[in-house]
Ligand binder design. Sequence first.
Ligand code: DQA
Length: 145
Amino acid sequence: MSKLITILNGPNLNLLGKREPEIYGHDTLDDVEAACARVGKDFGLAVKLLQSNWEGQIVDWIHDARHEAAGIIINPAALTHTSVAVLDALNTFDGPVIEVHISQVHKREAFRHHSYVSMRADGVIAGFGIDGYALAMRRMGSLLA
Ligand code: DQA
């Protein structure tokens, strides 16, 4: 049976493809899911991609992942820079966690340079556009082999 990777996306990422395309590109979250599912096939990994604009919903989905997922890929979006609750929830998860940012956050405003989630993440990918999610899937493949 395939191991499950939960791919979580935070606030405003439902607008991926429409929102500030000069920063985040034209691809959508459906494109992200398709790319991750493709890579997952090579490694025997299934994917479940979720997005919410609500911090508590992201926390609840991390709790669900404790029981059903082998790994978590998370783009916490703005919650990256603000949320101790998301960090605490990730600290309850035993498997690998990879943090993804579509943009190169370190080239942007200073408030984007700090990530609470990085204190838990086993790897961080930033600035590779949506390819970052597929790269994170490859890494999950190695970590969970
Ligand atoms: C983001 C970067 C964050 O700073 C921002 O708040 C986002 C998206 C990214 O994928 O580049 O919403 O996580």
